[in-house]
Design a protein around this ligand. Structure first.
Ligand code: SF4
Length: 785
């Protein structure tokens, strides 16, 4: 049977639905809400010097904001225009002029006075630059000199001593593919990408549970499913147009359930700018919230399944879809045993949710023919993240909620193009079209015409730690080649990251803008290379959305603020290859973007079709409308696997809290507003329950200190509706509380959650000299799970 194909955009419901309005008073007057109209006017003003080009990007390009995916103003889910302020906020990166030379070549300490937001606003990197050891300023350098310097250094190093990293900043599949291929051609497997710090566990977990590491569903499946479950995701904030789909889903009777410690205002109610009804009156999104403890999701899901097995005792088939399980799933008895071993007491303590409430959701799902399970970083950024997500897959497999209309598993990706990074092979564990297993290595070696390095490459966190290894260690990383990214603002333990970045002999920043990490010293030189944006890339480029749509974004000409010396990213990698290994560089050469797409189609059979994408609006979805269609999973025996997992021990003492981070008005670490318009929180506000505040005699707005053995966060108490014992601080400001070296054991993502103590600032500051500093640090240290 052939795979069902996505039907393309559907018509929206015509009638308004006042029952979902937030308020009959237009524009949410008097409420804390995003100011979309005002923001849009401001963005238009910011782009006024290049407004024609800005308009062409919006109307012709594929959005370089989030991974929801849209080409021009139209998506594949609903008819009608599609645009949001996230897209408009990143627009200026593509339209702004170069940084003024006086600022660019100022003393490095002058540049260091800017934070990343200010550096971004300075403008684009105009030409290659270098700052050698001891030099106080960046100086201009030719492309030839810059590339020779990098190549000469690489020739002197062993391939295990250099590493590549690519962020998700609008990078195209073509650039990921060439980077992955060139890294292996040069002999290194140290290549990693931004999904390592956001969604790598989704891929790993889905691969082991259902045989394929991508969303099995489409956004269209949301519209009319019985239950749409968001787990640790604020989809309406990270991908604002998703709220438009949610509204359509509600009009078709879908119940939206959110599982999250904090009752996120944006999932509660939202004003959707591209939907007139919602823009005026707002939309109530979630039907219900389950405020689970940070790290309590596995227990919560054990509770759901425990009740399902109790229901089964009373009435066979009342909860489990036995027909689906018998035909398509392994591991039923093992999972059942594991679930039944869990006591309700442990489940309630770990999850923080009462038995009655868990039963409510269990019964809702048991009575739902269909459900879509979507999740994001609330599940992935843990040291047990792969287990978190396999546990979600366990729910879907037991209910048969997989591989058909209105049913499936959906990792909700962050940035445009991040889905394609691993699928193109820019990842230490995979190659295009598969993993590092013998067959795939042999296949790729045959296609590429050279031998691949045989050793396992390191994940990004480990390569950063390996910079400070002893001089003679074979894995001491001495050169880091970065395409975008700012580890100072994305990795745990920023102080260590600053130290390790400065220990590199050569650091290359291939980027559009400066950020704080570009300004860190290096032992020999920091080299900065100006990259083209995705819209300037000759011959266009492709990116893959959350729902596996591969969109073609054409080259868009007419940039009045064109950076003459900027180069397409894939071309820079090819140049590097030619300089390091000139004799064999023809093996990695491509004459244009089309040639790369032709090869991608062979290297990754899922992408067969990418070679036909040539003009604006061209798109195809790899894998068809649903992966695991009709329950047939791409595992060796075609069956999904139920995986028993344990409730993690967070080593939290009763008086301690668990803290996690959240995004405000920002895009990854790029902050657009100091105050989150959704809840009024400032960047240093600590979101906490008023009940916890009362216990600690902390008043709203009072200075507090959140601390552990690794760091101290001085902030202000903000009382919100969050589960007791849990705190949220903003990312990346809260990263100082996180130690380095805590990785998820299957997918290598750093753990971004940790136990902390909380105290009034005046009390902490008065006592710290006499008490904390005199105490051995071990007494303050928090056990790390
Ligand atoms: S929702 Fe995402 S894909 Fe759509 S316009 Fe906004 S940032 Fe772009």
């Amino acid at each position: 049977m052939g795979k069902t194909q996505h039907p393309g955009p559907q018509k929206k419901a015509k009638l308004p639905a006042p029952k979902y309005w937030v308020s009959p008073i237009p524009f949410g007057l008097g409420k804390i809400k995003p100011q979309h109209i005002r923001d849009t006017m401001k963005i238009a003003w910011d782009n006024k010097d290049n407004i024609g080009y800005a308009t062409r990007i919006i109307t012709k390009g594929v959005c370089d904001g989030c991974a929801l995916g849209v080409s021009g103003l139209y998506d594949q889910t609903l008819d009608g225009p599609h645009v949001c302020t996230t897209r408009l906020n990143v627009l200026r990166l593509n339209t702004m002029p170069a940084i003024h030379p006086e600022i660019l070549h100022a003393d490095i300490d002058e540049l260091r006075k800017y934070d990343s937001t200010e550096l971004r606003k300075l403008g684009r990197i105009p030409y290659p630059m270098i700052r050698r050891k001891g030099e106080r300023n960046f100086s201009r350098i030719t492309w030839d000199d810059a590339m020779d310097l990098i190549a000469d250094k690489m020739k002197k190093l062993e391939p295990k001593q250099y590493a590549f990293y690519l962020t998700a900043r609008g990078i195209t599949n073509e650039s990921y593919y060439v980077a992955g291929k060139v890294a292996r051609f040069l002999g290194t497997n140290h290549i990693d990408n931004a999904s390592r710090i956001c969604h790598a566990p989704s891929k790993t977990a889905l691969k082991r549970s259902i045989g394929v590491g991508a969303s099995t569903s489409n956004y269209l499946d949301w519209i009319g499913t019985d239950v749409l479950l968001f787990w640790g995701s604020v989809a309406s904030n990270s991908s604002p147009v998703s709220s438009k789909y949610m509204l359509e889903a509600k009009k078709k009777g879908t119940k939206i359930i959110v599982v999250n410690p904090y009752r996120e205002p944006a999932m509660d109610q939202y004003w959707i700018p591209s939907n007139p009804e919602s823009a005026l009156f707002g939309t109530k999104l979630a039907d219900d919230f389950y405020q689970v403890n940070i790290g309590g999701d596995i227990a919560f899901m054990h509770g759901i399944m425990k009740h399902w097995f109790d229901m089964e005792e009373k009435a066979y088939g009342s909860a489990v879809n036995h027909e689906f399980v018998e035909e398509h799933v392994n591991g039923y008895e093992e999972l059942k045993k594991k679930v039944q071993e869990q006591s309700w007491e442990d489940i309630i303590v770990s999850s923080g949710v009462s038995k009655e409430r868990i039963i409510e959701l269990a019964e809702l799902l048991a009575n739902s023919k269909n459900a879509v399970y979507a999740w994001a970083l609330g599940l992935t950024m843990h040291s047990f993240a792969t287990d978190n997500i396999s546990q979600v897959a366990n729910l879907a497999l037991l209910r048969g909620h997989l591989g058909r209309k209105h049913a499936g598993l959906m990792p909700f990706r962050g940035h445009s193009s991040v889905q394609g990074s691993g699928e193109m092979g820019a990842d230490p564990f995979v190659l295009p079209g598969g993993g590092w297993d013998g067959n795939n290595v042999e296949r790729i070696e045959k296609l590429w015409g050279f031998d691949l390095p045989e050793w396992q490459g390191d994940i990004v966190g480990v390569t950063l730690e390996n910079i400070v290894l002893p001089e003679d260690h074979e894995r001491k990383v001495k050169l880091y080649y970065l395409s975008g990214g700012n580890f100072l603002e994305t990795m745990p333990d920023p102080d260590f990251i600053a130290q390790s970045l400065s220990e590199l002999e050569i650091r290359v920043h291939q980027d559009i803008i400066l950020n704080t990490s570009t300004l860190v010293d290096a032992k020999e030189a920091v080299i900065v290379l100006p990259a083209k944006t995705r819209y300037e890339q000759e011959g266009g480029g492709t990116s893959t959305s959350t729902e596996r749509m591969v969109y073609f974004s054409p080259e868009i000409t007419g940039n009045k603020n064109m950076i003459e010396e900027a180069r397409a990213e894939w071309k820079i990698y090819l140049d590097l290859a030619k300089r390091v290994k000139p004799e064999t560089a023809h093996l990695v050469d491509f004459k244009d973007g089309q040639a790369i797409r032709e090869e991608i189609a062979k290297a990754n059979p899922d992408y067969d079709g990418i070679q036909h994408l040539k003009k604006q609006g061209d798109v195809f979805q790899w894998g068809g409308a649903w992966l695991c269609e009709d329950g047939l999973c791409p595992t060796p025996d075609g069956r999904g696997i139920l995986i028993p997992v344990d409730i993690p021990d967070l080593n939290k003492k009763p008086e301690q809290f668990i803290v996690t981070s959240r995004r405000g008005k920002q895009f990854n670490s790029m902050v657009y507003k100091e105050v989150d318009p959704l809840n009024g929180a400032g960047r240093y506000d600590v979101l906490m329950s008023p009940v916890d505040g009362q216990k600690l005699s902390i008043a709203e707005g009072e200075g507090i200190v959140v601390y552990n053995g690794f760091g101290v966060f001085q902030g202000t108490a903000k009382f919100v509706d969050i589960a007791q014992g849990n705190l949220e601080v903003h990312f990346p400001e809260g990263n100082f509380l996180l130690p380095r070296g805590r990785y998820e054991k299957f997918a290598g993502i750093p753990d971004y959650n940790i136990t902390v103590n909380v105290e009034k600032a005046e009390r902490y500051n008065a006592r710290k000299d006499t008490q904390y500093l005199e105490k051995p640090i071990a007494d303050l240290e928090t056990e790390v799970g």
